[in-house]
Design a protein around this ligand. Structure first.
Ligand code: HEM
Length: 403
């Protein structure tokens, strides 16, 4: 337990640290990779360049510190980050390295303001926060390993099939190289892919949602080819059927609640459709009587993935309603009129599309940040309560706030 004095030092210094947060964590990463270049095998270099991870780590350490005397209040967020850490292979032995480097960066940036008393208090607090993460992640490793077909770290998989889903999205059907069983998963979960493209010094890790229902003898991921995306370009352009890559076991807490039979609304923008495909297919297999409203927004028909599959599901399941929204339909889209809305989703249209879902539906959504912000706001305006709204950001989560 931390003493009252330590807690009060921590709480009184959080605002100062927040002001310098990004500066401290930027310096932290410089020091970390200088001293432990092997960690470049784990961290996402693109996130580093964009400063996204800096903010995520800074925010979460300070948010945890604010709740240092009642860490159980932020347990759900610790678990969410724990899923990501476990799927990336973050281990207990990494925590002291991160803690020491963070304190050193604080000392350098805050200079004289970082007294021994303050640094000691933060050293202690970091220890408590790190222990909370280590404990949660230890259980997650054990659980991943103990499942039928499960494993703790990375396992070799072979690309059994590569299927082009749209101009920018391609699916990869992955089967274990050892020929063994694969763990089941919940709809909405993701896997981490580990590759080392030729000519690059480090391994590169990326998370991709599983885009089909669990229970098959493969995992399917559907990857958007990002401009300048190291891993997505490698997967799209270099990896062919028969090639091997490594995967960690399915993880994540953005999952469809299949214990409920309530109507469900699945909303996606762009490649955010991937977890929704897993959810839709799961409902069709496991809960065929459950009512689904599936709304997908894409730029135009040429980049829209899974359109035919969803249309077929909707045509053959009377309880599934599907809507396609194209921001800028092409001439071909217009000629074939294969969409329900032209332009961005706005409140009035959404109200109409949701009319059949009823008042007690659960909402799941995923997509680019502007899409997610708009949907979240629309749902609030339509009076949907927070506990019925579930969403996931691709990329680092925005913060570790207690809602
Ligand atoms: C991701 C917090 C320790 C490696 C994250 C994220 C947060 C976070 C908030 C973003 C989660 C998301 O995307 O949803 C923390 C805190 C730590 C800690 C509060 C200490 C108490 C560590 C350690 C390592 C590590 C010890 C390993 C050396 C990573 C990596 C990512 C990540 C590789 C993925 C993002 C990227 O690659 O840029 N962490 N973390 N973290 N963390 Fe940690």
């Amino acid at each position: 337990m931390l003493s009252k004095e330590t807690i009060s030092i921590i709480k009184s210094t959080v605002p100062v640290l927040e002001v310098h947060g990004t500066k401290i964590t930027t310096r932290f990463y410089q020091l970390l990779f200088e001293r432990h270049p092997e960690l470049l095998n784990i961290f996402n270099h693109a996130n580093q360049k964009q400063g996204r991870q800096q903010t995520a780590l800074a925010n979460s350490v300070y948010a945890a510190a604010v709740h240092i005397d009642q860490l159980e209040a932020i347990l759900p967020v610790v678990k969410q980050i724990g899923h990501k850490h476990r799927s990336l292979g973050v281990k207990a032995e990494h925590y002291p390295i991160v803690g020491e480097t963070l304190l050193e960066a604080m000392k350098e940036v805050l200079e004289d303001a970082a007294t021994d008393e303050i640094l000691n208090a933060w050293g202690e607090a970091y220890g408590v926060i790190a222990d909370a993460f280590i404990g949660v992640e230890k259980e997650m490793y054990e659980e991943a390993e103990s499942q039928v077909g499960g494993w703790a770290d990375f396992r070799e998989f072979v690309i059994a099939k590569k299927v082009v889903e749209s101009d920018v999205i391609t699916s990869f059907y992955l089967q274990p190289f050892d020929g063994g069983e694969i763990a089941t998963y919940e709809a909405g979960q993701y896997v981490t892919v580990r590759v080392q493209p030729e000519g690059l010094e480090h391994t590169h890790l990326r998370q991709y949602s599983l885009s089909d229902a669990s229970g098959n003898d493969y995992y399917r991921i559907s990857v958007k080819h990002e401009n300048d995306g190291v891993v997505s370009t490698y997967l799209h352009e270099k990896m062919e059927e028969g090639d091997k890559l490594e995967l960690s076991a399915p993880a994540g807490d953005f999952v469809l609640d299949t214990s409920s039979e309530k109507p469900v609304v699945l909303l996606s923008g762009g490649v955010g459709v991937t977890p929704m495909m897993s959810m839709l297919n799961t409902i069709v297999y496991e809960q065929p009587a459950r009512k689904v409203t599936f709304i997908h927004a894409a730029q135009n028909g040429s980049v829209q993935a899974f359109g035919e599959h969803v249309a077929e599901v909707a045509a053959t399941h009377k309880n599934v309603n599907s809507y396609v929204c194209l921001a800028e339909p092409t001439e071909d889209d217009i000629a074939r009129s294969k969409y329900d809305l032209q332009g961005l989703i706005e409140l009035g249209w959404l109200r109409g599309a949701l009319a059949e879902a009823g008042d007690d539906a659960d909402y799941y959504f995923c997509g680019p940040v502007p899409f997610m912000k708009a949907i979240k706001q629309h749902l609030a305006e339509l009076g949907v309560s927070d506990e019925r709204v579930h969403y996931e950001f691709f990329g680092p989560a925005a913060s570790l706030e207690v809602e």
